[in-house]
Write a protein that binds this ligand. Structure first.
Ligand code: HEC
Ligand SMILES: [Cu+2]
Length: 393
């Protein structure tokens, strides 16, 4: 590649990350894509500058005083006209050939690529590693061609990994494919650093501060993964990360860690992990705030009004049914937009979620009208919520 085509901003990018024109380059696509982008930009600039200068020059040079009669002196210069038509068309054909080659490369998945199933739903990613292990993070192996077989359970989403220069829309009602080959592995941070970060998050009472920490809760540095198709209210939160493992063994060890509840781990603790990992947290709060769905603070054990006009007591079976068949009983005041988790959660996962919902739910008897008597407002329903909390029979 001629060095001159490495545009000034590429030089700038080496100096400080803050001014980087491109994100880091970590796949086999990156070099070609960046080169082509630089080439097209450079050609455009080279043409734009003299044209703009000539435009201003002629405007000034041939201006006429106000009121002067316009006269025509149009004439031909065939060699000049041929030169400025045919000359640039070589560049255009060049851009087309290089662009088409890059496009076809993005579209042709190599044989033997690792195939990973991805489900996009508003507003989270579910990457399926087989055997019931589903996680929002994309974990892959260094230098291994990787194919994503993607589908959407609701609206159009789009998966974009800037560091890989790879992006593809996910249209509901069909499979959508993309592939890439990562060339730079994630780093593992030291155990001390990871422990310190975990401690800090615990002290702050946060789950994980992705903006502050540049590694995952498992201690890997990562690449960003975004949804780049505006898909509703929380579209901007539909983000995840990509971790590139050095070896397949390392990947398998990671998958194993997430395949099921750990030995001796409490069900409600595991349920809490599933709550964030499986995207419930995007639609259900635990502090009483109304999101897309009702807050889990007011679900378990309480009587729930349904759109059908009935009410039900939210017991274990109701929770289970709500997760597997969300449309069977729709809560009053909400849209039936919850995706079904049928076939995606094991019995133990469901049990863990129910146990977790029990721990966050506020279902001790309350009398809302006189709820302030003891000076505590703990039991007062959150603002905007109906005061329908009653004692379960
Ligand atoms: C895309 C948003 C969304 C996601 C993700 C989601 N839910 Fe829901 N959920 C809703 C909405 C909206 C309702 C209320 C309408 C209905 O009943 O279907 C609801 C209702 C429920 C109910 C019944 C609540 C009631 O009012 O009695 C339960 C239980 C529940 N969800 C559990 C979960 C669990 C567990 C997960 C994660 C595994 C989850 N949901 C993921 C949107 C979501
Ligand atoms: Cu989206």
């Amino acid at each position: 590649m001629p060095a001159i085509l490495n545009l000034p901003w590429t030089l700038l990018a080496d100096k400080t990350e803050d001014y980087a024109w491109f994100p880091e380059a970590a796949s086999t696509f990156a070099a070609d894509n960046d080169w082509l982008y630089g080439f097209i930009s450079l050609v455009c600039i080279i043409f734009f500058i003299p044209i703009a200068i000539a435009l201003f020059y002629f405007a000034v040079r041939y201006r006429k005083p106000k009121g002067a009669k316009a006269e025509s002196n149009a004439s031909h210069n065939t060699p000049l006209e041929l030169a400025w038509s045919i000359g640039p068309s070589f560049f255009l054909v060049g851009m087309f050939i290089l662009g088409a080659k890059a496009y076809l490369n993005h579209r042709s998945v190599p044989d033997g690529a690792r195939d990973i199933a991805v489900v996009a739903n508003s507003w989270n990613w579910q990457i399926d590693y087989g055997g019931g292990t589903i996680h929002p993070e994309l974990h892959i192996v260094l230098n291994e061609p990787t194919k994503l077989s993607m589908r959407s359970s609701d609206v159009i989403h789009s998966l974009f990994i800037p560091a890989f220069r790879a992006k593809k829309d996910i249209v509901p009602g069909r499979y959508n494919y993309m592939w890439f080959q990562p060339t730079v592995a994630s780093q593992k941070v030291s155990d001390e650093k990871l422990a310190a970060a975990k401690k800090r998050m615990e002290d702050l009472g946060e789950s994980w501060d992705w903006d502050e920490l540049d590694f995952t809760p498992d201690g890997y540095t990562y690449y960003d993964l975004y949804c780049t198709e505006y898909c509703g209210k929380n579209h901007s939160e539909m983000q995840s990360v990509v971790v590139v493992h050095e070896t397949e063994e390392d990947l398998n060890a990671w998958i194993k860690k997430y395949s099921q509840r750990g030995e001796g781990e409490d069900a409600d603790k595991y349920g809490e992990k599933l709550y964030t990992r499986r995207g419930c947290s995007g639609c259900h709060s635990i502090n009483g705030d109304k999101r897309v769905g009702p807050s889990f603070k007011e679900v378990f054990g309480n009587s729930r009004p349904l759109t059908s006009g009935e009410t039900v007591i939210a017991d274990e079976n109701y929770i289970r049914e709500s997760i597997l068949y969300p449309k069977a009983k729709v809560s009053a005041g909400y849209q039936p937009v919850m995706p079904s988790y049928k076939g995606q959660l094991s019995e133990d996962d469901l049990y863990s979620l129910v146990e977790y919902l029990k721990t966050v739910s506020d279902y001790t008897p309350t009398d809302v009208a006189t709820g302030d008597q003891d000076g505590s407002d703990e039991q007062t329903p959150a603002e905007g919520q109906e005061a329908t909390v009653t004692v379960p029979e």
